[in-house]
Design a protein. Structure first.
Length: 121
């Protein structure tokens, strides 16, 4: 037996009415590092927004958008920061340890900016 209330349909199972809900088409691409960080932030710090995204079926799309945007921004920022710091292929060839250390420092700076702009916003 199905009953309708508030534009939702329900089915009766025993003494309980359960809503007839189905999940829509979901994106099947995997979520990367930044998408997972955003999800964890939303779950812990913004539960109302998290639940809203889950129940509207938009969480996966939101997390994929965050992931793609973060990856694009990281690539762009690393290119700009590398240029500013003068880290060329010549530096890499002459002193690999210096180059690696400076690249790691630049990536850490870029990720801090990304966290503030995309993940914890």
């Amino acid at each position: 037996m199905s009953k309708t209330t508030n534009s939702l349909t329900y089915r009766q199972e025993g003494d309980v009415l359960l809503p007839n809900m189905t999940l829509g088409e979901m994106e099947t691409r995997p979520i990367g590092k930044y998408g997972r960080m955003r999800k964890r932030y939303l779950m812990q710090n913004r539960p109302v927004l998290y639940n809203s995204l889950v129940f509207s079926g938009k969480l996966q799309a939101h997390l994929l958008e965050i992931e793609e945007t973060a990856q694009e921004r990281l690539t762009q920022m690393m290119r700009e920061m590398k240029e500013k710091a003068g880290l060329t292929e010549l530096v890499k060839a002459e002193n690999q340890m210096l180059w690696v250390g400076q690249m790691n420092a630049l990536k850490a700076q870029a990720e801090e900016i990304l966290m503030a702009e995309l993940i914890y916003n």
